[in-house]
Write a protein of this length. Structure first.
Length: 449
Protein backbone atom coordinates (compact mmCIF):
# COMPACT_ATOMS: atom_id res chain seq x y z
CA UNK A 1 0.00 0.00 0.00
CA UNK A 2 2.80 2.45 0.86
CA UNK A 3 5.09 1.70 -2.11
CA UNK A 4 4.73 5.24 -3.48
CA UNK A 5 5.80 6.87 -0.20
CA UNK A 6 9.44 7.87 0.24
CA UNK A 7 10.07 6.51 3.75
CA UNK A 8 12.44 7.85 6.41
CA UNK A 9 14.14 4.44 6.40
CA UNK A 10 13.81 1.94 3.56
CA UNK A 11 14.73 -0.97 5.89
CA UNK A 12 12.02 -0.34 8.42
CA UNK A 13 8.42 -1.50 8.44
CA UNK A 14 6.11 1.24 9.60
CA UNK A 15 2.77 0.50 11.20
CA UNK A 16 -0.10 2.52 9.84
CA UNK A 17 -1.40 5.12 12.31
CA UNK A 18 -5.14 5.52 11.88
CA UNK A 19 -6.46 7.32 14.94
CA UNK A 20 -5.32 9.19 18.02
CA UNK A 21 -7.04 9.80 21.30
CA UNK A 22 -5.55 11.30 24.46
CA UNK A 23 -2.13 9.68 24.99
CA UNK A 24 -2.81 6.81 22.57
CA UNK A 25 -2.27 6.16 18.87
CA UNK A 26 -4.24 3.34 17.22
CA UNK A 27 -2.84 1.38 14.28
CA UNK A 28 -4.44 -0.22 11.24
CA UNK A 29 -3.57 -3.69 12.55
CA UNK A 30 -5.54 -3.09 15.74
CA UNK A 31 -2.84 -2.03 18.19
CA UNK A 32 -3.22 0.65 20.85
CA UNK A 33 0.10 2.41 21.53
CA UNK A 34 0.91 4.77 24.41
CA UNK A 35 2.55 7.81 22.82
CA UNK A 36 5.17 8.36 25.53
CA UNK A 37 7.20 10.74 23.36
CA UNK A 38 4.48 12.88 21.77
CA UNK A 39 5.79 11.74 18.38
CA UNK A 40 8.98 13.80 18.62
CA UNK A 41 8.09 15.92 21.67
CA UNK A 42 5.30 17.47 19.62
CA UNK A 43 1.93 16.38 21.01
CA UNK A 44 1.30 18.40 24.16
CA UNK A 45 -2.47 18.48 24.67
CA UNK A 46 -3.03 14.89 23.56
CA UNK A 47 -4.45 13.39 20.39
CA UNK A 48 -7.96 13.80 19.06
CA UNK A 49 -9.07 17.02 20.75
CA UNK A 50 -12.33 17.85 19.02
CA UNK A 51 -12.17 21.60 19.75
CA UNK A 52 -8.92 21.94 17.80
CA UNK A 53 -10.27 19.98 14.84
CA UNK A 54 -13.39 22.17 14.89
CA UNK A 55 -11.37 25.41 14.98
CA UNK A 56 -9.25 24.23 12.06
CA UNK A 57 -12.34 23.22 10.07
CA UNK A 58 -14.04 26.55 10.74
CA UNK A 59 -10.93 28.45 9.64
CA UNK A 60 -10.57 26.31 6.52
CA UNK A 61 -14.22 26.90 5.59
CA UNK A 62 -13.97 30.64 6.24
CA UNK A 63 -10.54 31.25 4.72
CA UNK A 64 -8.04 28.47 4.13
CA UNK A 65 -5.22 30.50 2.68
CA UNK A 66 -3.88 34.03 2.43
CA UNK A 67 -0.34 34.93 1.41
CA UNK A 68 1.56 36.80 4.11
CA UNK A 69 2.86 39.37 1.60
CA UNK A 70 -0.75 40.32 0.79
CA UNK A 71 -2.81 39.89 3.97
CA UNK A 72 -2.75 39.44 7.70
CA UNK A 73 -5.34 37.23 9.36
CA UNK A 74 -7.09 37.42 12.71
CA UNK A 75 -5.85 33.94 13.67
CA UNK A 76 -2.18 34.80 13.12
CA UNK A 77 -2.45 38.23 14.75
CA UNK A 78 -4.22 36.87 17.82
CA UNK A 79 -1.82 33.94 18.20
CA UNK A 80 1.17 36.31 17.99
CA UNK A 81 -0.38 38.44 20.74
CA UNK A 82 -1.00 35.41 22.95
CA UNK A 83 2.54 34.09 22.44
CA UNK A 84 4.07 37.44 23.40
CA UNK A 85 1.98 37.32 26.58
CA UNK A 86 3.58 33.97 27.45
CA UNK A 87 7.13 35.03 26.54
CA UNK A 88 9.66 36.51 29.00
CA UNK A 89 8.92 40.14 29.94
CA UNK A 90 11.62 41.59 27.69
CA UNK A 91 9.51 40.51 24.68
CA UNK A 92 6.73 42.84 25.84
CA UNK A 93 8.27 45.75 27.68
CA UNK A 94 11.47 47.28 26.44
CA UNK A 95 12.60 50.73 25.42
CA UNK A 96 12.25 49.58 21.81
CA UNK A 97 8.62 48.63 22.31
CA UNK A 98 6.97 45.22 22.24
CA UNK A 99 8.29 42.26 20.29
CA UNK A 100 6.91 40.53 17.24
CA UNK A 101 6.20 36.94 16.18
CA UNK A 102 7.03 35.54 12.74
CA UNK A 103 5.21 32.30 11.92
CA UNK A 104 6.77 29.45 9.93
CA UNK A 105 5.73 25.89 9.14
CA UNK A 106 8.07 24.23 11.64
CA UNK A 107 11.29 24.31 13.63
CA UNK A 108 13.86 24.16 10.84
CA UNK A 109 12.17 27.05 9.06
CA UNK A 110 12.22 28.95 12.36
CA UNK A 111 15.99 28.43 12.64
CA UNK A 112 16.52 29.48 9.00
CA UNK A 113 14.42 32.56 9.62
CA UNK A 114 16.40 33.45 12.74
CA UNK A 115 19.72 33.07 10.91
CA UNK A 116 18.61 35.46 8.18
CA UNK A 117 16.97 37.81 10.64
CA UNK A 118 20.16 38.06 12.73
CA UNK A 119 22.14 38.69 9.55
CA UNK A 120 19.78 41.41 8.38
CA UNK A 121 19.64 42.93 11.89
CA UNK A 122 23.38 43.54 11.74
CA UNK A 123 23.23 44.80 8.15
CA UNK A 124 20.59 47.34 9.16
CA UNK A 125 22.83 48.43 12.06
CA UNK A 126 25.85 48.91 9.83
CA UNK A 127 27.76 45.83 10.98
CA UNK A 128 28.01 43.84 7.73
CA UNK A 129 31.04 41.87 8.96
CA UNK A 130 28.84 39.77 11.28
CA UNK A 131 28.33 36.71 9.12
CA UNK A 132 29.09 33.84 11.53
CA UNK A 133 26.91 32.02 14.04
CA UNK A 134 28.07 30.00 17.00
CA UNK A 135 26.32 27.11 18.67
CA UNK A 136 27.21 23.99 20.65
CA UNK A 137 28.63 20.64 19.67
CA UNK A 138 25.96 17.93 19.88
CA UNK A 139 23.18 20.46 19.32
CA UNK A 140 20.32 20.15 16.86
CA UNK A 141 18.60 23.15 15.32
CA UNK A 142 16.98 21.61 12.25
CA UNK A 143 17.50 19.70 9.05
CA UNK A 144 17.71 22.38 6.34
CA UNK A 145 21.21 23.44 5.34
CA UNK A 146 21.41 26.68 7.34
CA UNK A 147 19.89 25.04 10.40
CA UNK A 148 22.20 22.05 10.00
CA UNK A 149 25.22 24.38 9.71
CA UNK A 150 24.39 25.86 13.08
CA UNK A 151 23.76 22.36 14.53
CA UNK A 152 26.65 20.50 16.13
CA UNK A 153 25.35 16.97 15.70
CA UNK A 154 28.09 15.11 13.84
CA UNK A 155 26.03 12.22 12.49
CA UNK A 156 23.39 14.44 10.94
CA UNK A 157 25.98 16.93 9.59
CA UNK A 158 28.82 14.84 8.21
CA UNK A 159 27.34 13.64 4.89
CA UNK A 160 26.32 17.20 4.02
CA UNK A 161 29.37 19.02 5.35
CA UNK A 162 30.70 20.24 1.99
CA UNK A 163 27.49 22.21 1.69
CA UNK A 164 27.62 23.82 5.14
CA UNK A 165 29.32 27.07 6.15
CA UNK A 166 32.11 26.40 8.66
CA UNK A 167 30.76 27.96 11.83
CA UNK A 168 32.25 27.01 15.16
CA UNK A 169 30.74 25.03 18.01
CA UNK A 170 31.56 25.42 21.67
CA UNK A 171 31.50 22.44 24.06
CA UNK A 172 28.06 21.42 25.29
CA UNK A 173 27.00 21.53 28.90
CA UNK A 174 26.74 17.79 29.70
CA UNK A 175 27.66 17.05 33.31
CA UNK A 176 27.17 13.27 33.05
CA UNK A 177 30.06 13.23 30.55
CA UNK A 178 31.75 16.59 30.96
CA UNK A 179 33.58 17.32 27.68
CA UNK A 180 36.20 19.24 29.71
CA UNK A 181 36.67 16.37 32.20
CA UNK A 182 35.50 18.59 35.08
CA UNK A 183 33.02 18.19 37.88
CA UNK A 184 30.21 20.46 38.94
CA UNK A 185 30.26 22.68 41.02
CA UNK A 186 34.08 22.88 41.25
CA UNK A 187 34.15 23.47 37.47
CA UNK A 188 32.40 26.82 37.95
CA UNK A 189 30.58 25.98 34.69
CA UNK A 190 33.73 26.41 32.65
CA UNK A 191 31.78 25.07 29.64
CA UNK A 192 30.04 28.47 29.48
CA UNK A 193 33.43 30.19 29.35
CA UNK A 194 34.06 28.26 26.14
CA UNK A 195 31.82 30.82 24.45
CA UNK A 196 34.14 33.59 25.60
CA UNK A 197 37.18 31.58 24.48
CA UNK A 198 35.67 31.27 20.99
CA UNK A 199 34.77 34.93 20.84
CA UNK A 200 38.10 36.25 22.13
CA UNK A 201 40.02 35.93 18.83
CA UNK A 202 37.11 37.56 16.99
CA UNK A 203 38.46 41.13 17.22
CA UNK A 204 36.64 42.22 14.06
CA UNK A 205 33.27 41.07 15.44
CA UNK A 206 32.46 38.49 12.80
CA UNK A 207 30.05 36.57 15.03
CA UNK A 208 26.44 37.71 15.01
CA UNK A 209 24.62 35.32 17.31
CA UNK A 210 24.82 32.31 19.59
CA UNK A 211 22.18 29.60 19.22
CA UNK A 212 21.41 27.41 22.22
CA UNK A 213 18.81 24.85 23.25
CA UNK A 214 18.10 25.64 26.94
CA UNK A 215 18.01 21.87 27.50
CA UNK A 216 19.86 19.86 24.89
CA UNK A 217 16.86 18.13 23.50
CA UNK A 218 17.01 15.44 20.89
CA UNK A 219 20.72 14.89 20.47
CA UNK A 220 21.96 14.81 24.09
CA UNK A 221 18.75 13.58 25.68
CA UNK A 222 17.13 16.29 27.78
CA UNK A 223 20.20 17.54 29.62
CA UNK A 224 19.29 20.39 31.98
CA UNK A 225 22.12 22.87 32.58
CA UNK A 226 23.35 23.84 36.06
CA UNK A 227 21.68 27.01 37.38
CA UNK A 228 24.59 29.32 36.54
CA UNK A 229 25.14 28.13 32.97
CA UNK A 230 22.58 30.01 30.86
CA UNK A 231 22.80 33.29 32.82
CA UNK A 232 26.57 33.23 32.23
CA UNK A 233 26.05 32.53 28.50
CA UNK A 234 23.57 35.42 28.31
CA UNK A 235 26.04 37.75 30.02
CA UNK A 236 28.81 36.87 27.58
CA UNK A 237 26.46 37.49 24.62
CA UNK A 238 25.50 40.89 26.04
CA UNK A 239 29.11 41.88 26.73
CA UNK A 240 30.18 40.86 23.22
CA UNK A 241 27.17 42.49 21.54
CA UNK A 242 25.99 39.30 19.90
CA UNK A 243 22.40 38.14 19.80
CA UNK A 244 21.24 35.25 21.97
CA UNK A 245 18.87 32.87 20.18
CA UNK A 246 17.13 30.34 22.43
CA UNK A 247 16.01 27.39 20.34
CA UNK A 248 12.90 26.28 22.19
CA UNK A 249 11.45 24.25 19.34
CA UNK A 250 11.46 21.24 21.67
CA UNK A 251 11.46 22.85 25.11
CA UNK A 252 8.99 25.67 24.47
CA UNK A 253 5.21 25.92 24.85
CA UNK A 254 5.14 24.37 28.31
CA UNK A 255 7.15 21.19 27.78
CA UNK A 256 9.55 21.82 30.71
CA UNK A 257 7.01 23.26 33.12
CA UNK A 258 7.14 26.94 32.11
CA UNK A 259 5.82 28.42 28.86
CA UNK A 260 9.46 28.75 27.76
CA UNK A 261 12.38 26.91 29.38
CA UNK A 262 14.50 30.09 29.55
CA UNK A 263 12.03 31.29 32.19
CA UNK A 264 13.48 28.75 34.64
CA UNK A 265 16.63 30.91 34.69
CA UNK A 266 15.04 34.31 34.14
CA UNK A 267 16.87 34.64 30.85
CA UNK A 268 16.21 37.46 28.39
CA UNK A 269 17.16 36.15 24.95
CA UNK A 270 16.84 38.34 21.86
CA UNK A 271 15.03 35.67 19.89
CA UNK A 272 13.12 32.51 20.89
CA UNK A 273 12.33 29.77 18.38
CA UNK A 274 9.21 27.69 18.87
CA UNK A 275 7.70 24.75 16.99
CA UNK A 276 6.50 21.25 17.87
CA UNK A 277 4.12 21.88 20.83
CA UNK A 278 2.97 25.24 19.47
CA UNK A 279 0.15 23.52 17.59
CA UNK A 280 0.56 20.17 19.39
CA UNK A 281 0.93 18.42 16.02
CA UNK A 282 -2.54 19.42 14.76
CA UNK A 283 -0.93 21.51 12.00
CA UNK A 284 2.60 22.36 10.85
CA UNK A 285 3.61 25.50 12.74
CA UNK A 286 6.73 27.20 14.06
CA UNK A 287 7.48 30.67 15.34
CA UNK A 288 10.33 33.14 15.64
CA UNK A 289 9.65 35.36 18.62
CA UNK A 290 11.74 38.52 18.52
CA UNK A 291 12.28 41.40 20.92
CA UNK A 292 11.34 44.96 20.09
CA UNK A 293 15.03 45.78 19.61
CA UNK A 294 15.42 43.25 16.79
CA UNK A 295 12.08 44.10 15.15
CA UNK A 296 12.73 47.82 15.36
CA UNK A 297 16.10 47.51 13.59
CA UNK A 298 14.25 46.26 10.50
CA UNK A 299 11.26 48.57 10.98
CA UNK A 300 13.37 51.71 11.27
CA UNK A 301 15.91 50.50 8.73
CA UNK A 302 14.94 49.13 5.34
CA UNK A 303 11.45 48.25 6.57
CA UNK A 304 11.42 44.87 4.80
CA UNK A 305 12.65 41.52 6.03
CA UNK A 306 14.04 39.86 2.90
CA UNK A 307 12.59 36.48 3.67
CA UNK A 308 9.35 34.60 3.39
CA UNK A 309 7.64 31.25 2.88
CA UNK A 310 4.52 30.57 0.84
CA UNK A 311 2.91 28.96 3.89
CA UNK A 312 4.15 31.47 6.49
CA UNK A 313 1.50 32.44 9.08
CA UNK A 314 -0.92 29.93 7.56
CA UNK A 315 -4.50 30.66 8.67
CA UNK A 316 -5.40 27.04 9.48
CA UNK A 317 -2.11 26.36 11.30
CA UNK A 318 -2.37 29.53 13.37
CA UNK A 319 -6.04 28.75 14.10
CA UNK A 320 -4.83 25.35 15.36
CA UNK A 321 -2.20 27.09 17.52
CA UNK A 322 -4.85 29.35 19.02
CA UNK A 323 -7.21 26.46 19.73
CA UNK A 324 -4.33 24.55 21.38
CA UNK A 325 -3.56 27.55 23.62
CA UNK A 326 -7.26 27.84 24.48
CA UNK A 327 -7.34 24.16 25.44
CA UNK A 328 -4.18 24.55 27.56
CA UNK A 329 -5.75 27.53 29.35
CA UNK A 330 -9.10 25.78 29.84
CA UNK A 331 -7.50 22.64 31.34
CA UNK A 332 -4.70 24.58 33.07
CA UNK A 333 -2.18 22.25 31.40
CA UNK A 334 0.98 24.37 31.76
CA UNK A 335 0.49 24.19 35.54
CA UNK A 336 0.18 20.41 35.36
CA UNK A 337 3.60 19.81 33.77
CA UNK A 338 5.94 20.36 36.79
CA UNK A 339 4.08 17.91 39.06
CA UNK A 340 3.44 15.43 36.22
CA UNK A 341 7.17 15.61 35.37
CA UNK A 342 8.12 14.88 38.97
CA UNK A 343 5.64 12.02 39.11
CA UNK A 344 7.06 10.59 35.89
CA UNK A 345 10.67 10.78 37.06
CA UNK A 346 9.69 9.20 40.41
CA UNK A 347 7.84 6.44 38.54
CA UNK A 348 10.96 5.78 36.47
CA UNK A 349 13.22 5.40 39.55
CA UNK A 350 13.12 1.55 39.48
CA UNK A 351 14.71 1.63 36.03
CA UNK A 352 17.91 2.89 37.65
CA UNK A 353 18.40 -0.62 39.09
CA UNK A 354 18.81 -2.01 35.60
CA UNK A 355 22.48 -2.43 34.72
CA UNK A 356 22.29 -0.57 31.40
CA UNK A 357 20.49 2.51 32.66
CA UNK A 358 23.21 5.12 33.22
CA UNK A 359 21.28 8.32 33.78
CA UNK A 360 17.71 9.54 33.93
CA UNK A 361 17.43 13.32 33.54
CA UNK A 362 15.22 16.10 32.32
CA UNK A 363 12.86 18.85 33.32
CA UNK A 364 9.08 18.86 33.30
CA UNK A 365 7.75 16.33 30.82
CA UNK A 366 10.98 16.08 28.85
CA UNK A 367 13.00 13.10 30.07
CA UNK A 368 16.16 11.45 28.72
CA UNK A 369 17.30 7.95 29.67
CA UNK A 370 20.92 7.28 28.78
CA UNK A 371 21.94 3.67 28.25
CA UNK A 372 25.44 2.42 29.06
CA UNK A 373 27.36 -0.83 28.89
CA UNK A 374 28.27 -0.43 32.54
CA UNK A 375 26.72 2.12 34.89
CA UNK A 376 29.85 2.48 37.06
CA UNK A 377 32.26 3.36 34.26
CA UNK A 378 29.60 5.02 32.06
CA UNK A 379 31.10 3.18 29.11
CA UNK A 380 28.77 3.50 26.13
CA UNK A 381 27.68 0.71 23.82
CA UNK A 382 29.20 0.59 20.37
CA UNK A 383 27.19 2.40 17.72
CA UNK A 384 26.70 -0.93 15.90
CA UNK A 385 24.92 -2.45 18.91
CA UNK A 386 22.00 -0.11 18.16
CA UNK A 387 20.80 -0.17 21.76
CA UNK A 388 18.42 2.76 21.59
CA UNK A 389 16.68 1.19 18.60
CA UNK A 390 16.47 -2.17 20.42
CA UNK A 391 14.77 -0.51 23.39
CA UNK A 392 12.43 1.27 21.00
CA UNK A 393 11.45 -2.04 19.38
CA UNK A 394 11.06 -3.85 22.71
CA UNK A 395 8.94 -1.03 24.16
CA UNK A 396 6.80 -0.81 21.03
CA UNK A 397 6.15 -4.54 21.21
CA UNK A 398 4.70 -3.81 24.68
CA UNK A 399 2.56 -0.96 23.38
CA UNK A 400 4.76 2.03 24.24
CA UNK A 401 6.21 4.53 21.78
CA UNK A 402 9.58 6.09 22.71
CA UNK A 403 12.05 8.30 20.82
CA UNK A 404 15.42 6.55 20.34
CA UNK A 405 18.58 8.52 19.53
CA UNK A 406 22.24 7.65 19.14
CA UNK A 407 25.39 9.74 19.30
CA UNK A 408 25.23 11.55 22.64
CA UNK A 409 28.80 10.55 23.55
CA UNK A 410 30.72 11.50 20.43
CA UNK A 411 28.24 11.82 17.60
CA UNK A 412 28.25 8.08 16.90
CA UNK A 413 28.39 6.23 20.23
CA UNK A 414 26.00 6.85 23.07
CA UNK A 415 22.36 5.78 23.22
CA UNK A 416 19.43 7.40 24.85
CA UNK A 417 15.70 7.38 24.61
CA UNK A 418 13.59 10.45 24.99
CA UNK A 419 10.22 10.56 26.73
CA UNK A 420 7.95 13.54 26.14
CA UNK A 421 4.38 12.43 26.76
CA UNK A 422 1.34 14.64 26.31
CA UNK A 423 0.74 16.96 29.29
CA UNK A 424 -2.49 15.04 30.00
CA UNK A 425 -0.75 11.75 30.82
CA UNK A 426 -2.46 10.13 33.82
CA UNK A 427 -0.94 8.28 36.78
CA UNK A 428 -2.21 4.95 35.38
CA UNK A 429 -0.62 5.68 32.02
CA UNK A 430 2.66 6.56 33.75
CA UNK A 431 2.58 3.22 35.59
CA UNK A 432 1.93 1.40 32.33
CA UNK A 433 4.82 3.33 30.74
CA UNK A 434 7.12 2.49 33.66
CA UNK A 435 6.25 -1.22 33.71
CA UNK A 436 6.49 -1.66 29.93
CA UNK A 437 9.74 0.26 29.69
CA UNK A 438 11.22 -1.61 32.64
CA UNK A 439 10.46 -4.95 30.98
CA UNK A 440 11.75 -3.71 27.61
CA UNK A 441 15.06 -2.46 29.05
CA UNK A 442 15.46 -5.58 31.22
CA UNK A 443 14.89 -7.83 28.19
CA UNK A 444 17.35 -5.97 25.98
CA UNK A 445 19.83 -5.83 28.85
CA UNK A 446 19.61 -9.64 29.30
CA UNK A 447 20.09 -10.23 25.57
CA UNK A 448 23.21 -8.06 25.56
CA UNK A 449 24.72 -9.33 28.82
C1 LIG B 1 15.74 22.13 19.20
C2 LIG B 1 15.21 21.87 17.83
N1 LIG B 1 15.31 22.81 16.87
C3 LIG B 1 14.84 22.62 15.63
C4 LIG B 1 14.25 21.42 15.26
C5 LIG B 1 13.74 21.23 13.87
O1 LIG B 1 12.36 21.28 13.87
P1 LIG B 1 11.50 20.64 12.67
O2 LIG B 1 11.76 19.18 12.69
O3 LIG B 1 10.08 21.03 13.01
O4 LIG B 1 11.94 21.28 11.40
C6 LIG B 1 14.13 20.41 16.23
C7 LIG B 1 13.54 19.10 15.87
O5 LIG B 1 13.70 18.12 16.51
C8 LIG B 1 14.62 20.63 17.53
O6 LIG B 1 14.54 19.70 18.48
Amino acid sequence: MSEALFPRNFRKDYPEAVRGEGCFVYTGDGRKILDACGGAAVVSIGHGVEAVARAMGEQARELAYAHSSQFITQAAAELARRILELAPANFRDSEDGPGRVYFTSGGSEATETALKLCRQYFLERGEPQRTEFLSRSQSYHGSTLGALAVSGNIKRRTPFEPLLPKWEHIVPCYCYRCPLGLQYPECKVDCAEDLERHLAPDSEGRVGAFFVEPLSGATLGAVPPPAEYLPRIAKICRQQNILLVADEVMTGMGRTGKPFAVQHWDLKPDIILAGKGIASGYAPLGAVIVTGRVARAIERGSGTFLHGFTYGAHPVSTAAGLAVLDYIAEKNLFARVPSAGEELRAALEPLKQLPIVGDIRGLGLLVGIELVREAKTREPFSAEAGMARKIYDAALARGVLTYPIQGCVDGARGDHILLAPPFVISSDEMRFLRDSLYEAVADVSRMNA
